[in-house]
Design a protein. Structure first.
Length: 393
């Protein structure tokens, strides 16, 4: 951490050049003899990435930014705020602190937070930023979180872990056994020091397999932002042996879409089926990741089109956790029938269909965009159909 970066004129230069082409800046150089131009470029690139993801940091003066990779790996403020609502108590230790976004939001719910970060520069940066953000109930420790837990040797209400998903060669990994720390190995230690454990993992993980690898799994929160799944949050509670609950959450620009069910409900539910009616529904990405295909039909009393299509239909417009469409027409899938509709531009989606979106566009000569939505799918009779729709807000 170079303190000269925080000089008033340097900070002004960084803010002024947030929209300047980086290549031209590198060629031109920076007007500060005691600072490497690459360090300032790094600050500019990192701050730009925070404008939407971390507005509290972006809009606060004298924030020091780490490299782009740290910004890429950190939680957004939206997801950090969500996970903070899941906890309470007096003490929490984050054994994989990183840039400290999650800890800042935890500090709004928990009296005393311990932030552990093994990278000395990053730990120093986080401590500096908390001061500028007026956060006073977080202790920053520059050490391995596992070692800190043993050294402190006292109980916490919560342990939070966001294992690093990069290997020694900086390649991306996502399996629990490949991440650092390997939470499978340290579960006994975690429950020695805390009753409650929250683990943030990659959205790529298989839910059933991961649940089987975790002790005392109580809840899974699948968190999406604007229909893009960002993280899986596993809540573990010492000695918990009741039903495992899954909550699919899509944080939209207006209000969150939520759907909750127990792990065994999905496999024990037989949905109703129907041919396309007046409206068509497509689940949000969090529900799709959750695999809540049958239980969604049952709980919302809405029939599916097909066992494997995962599209739903109704005669009356429903409040649905996903996209809603009015069906204009349903036609059989063939080039002749489609050409009669005179559609040259549309948004194309496939569900349980043998062709890809690209194949369909080439075959039917349909450009992307416009107000028409085409769903290529299979109905309850296993017939290939095209459902022509218009979006409903």
């Amino acid at each position: 951490m170079n303190p000269d970066i925080l000089n008033t004129e340097v900070q002004a230069f960084i803010s002024k050049n947030l929209k300047t082409d980086i290549t031209s800046l590198l060629l031109k150089g920076v007007p500060f003899e005691n600072i490497d131009s690459k360090d300032i470029i790094e600050q500019i690139e990192a701050k730009k990435r925070c404008e939407i993801k971390l507005p509290s940091w972006y809009n606060t003066k004298n924030i020091y930014y780490p490299n782009k990779l740290n910004i890429e790996q950190t939680s957004s403020e939206k997801t950090a705020n969500y996970k903070a609502q899941l906890i309470n108590g007096d003490t929490l230790i984050d054994i994989t602190g990183g840039f400290g976004v999650d800890c800042l939001y935890f500090s709004k719910q928990v009296k005393n937070i311990t932030h552990c970060e093994i990278n000395s520069e990053l730990s120093e940066i986080v401590k500096h930023n908390y001061k500028n953000l007026n956060i006073s109930n977080i202790e920053c420790r520059n050490e391995n979180g596992i070692d800190a837990l043993k050294q402190i040797d006292k109980p916490f209400d919560w342990i939070y872990i966001d294992p690093s998903r990069r290997d020694d060669s900086k390649n991306k990994v996502f399996l629990l056994s490949d991440c650092t720390p390997n939470v499978k190995t340290f579960q006994g230690l975690f429950f020695k020091y805390a009753k409650n454990v929250m683990i943030k993992t990659s959205p790529l993980l298989d839910i059933k397999a991961t649940r089987n690898n975790l002790k005392f799994a109580k809840e899974l929160h699948i968190v999406a932002v604007n229909n893009d799944v960002k993280e899986l949050l596993w809540i573990l509670e010492r000695d918990y042996d009741a039903e495992f609950t899954i909550k699919a959450v899509n944080l939209t620009k207006t209000s969150p879409q939520t759907f909750q069910f127990s792990f065994n409900e999905e496999s024990n539910t037989i949905p109703e089926y129907s041919l396309p009616l007046t409206y068509l529904y497509e689940s949000n990405s969090a529900i799709l990741k959750a695999g809540a295909f049958n239980i969604l039909s049952d709980k919302l009393n809405i029939p599916k089109l097909h066992q494997h299509s995962h599209l739903y239909t109704s005669d009356e417009l429903l409040n649905f956790p996903g996209r809603r469409f009015m069906i204009v027409k349903c036609i059989p899938f063939n080039k002749k029938a489609f050409s009669k509709e005179g559609i040259s531009k549309a948004n194309v989606t496939t569900r349980n269909f043998p062709l890809s979106v690209g194949d369909i566009r080439r075959k039917l000569k349909v450009k992307d965009g416009g107000d028409v939505y085409l769903f290529f799918t299979s109905d309850l009779n296993n017939s290939r159909v095209i459902i022509i729709c218009k979006k409903v807000k």
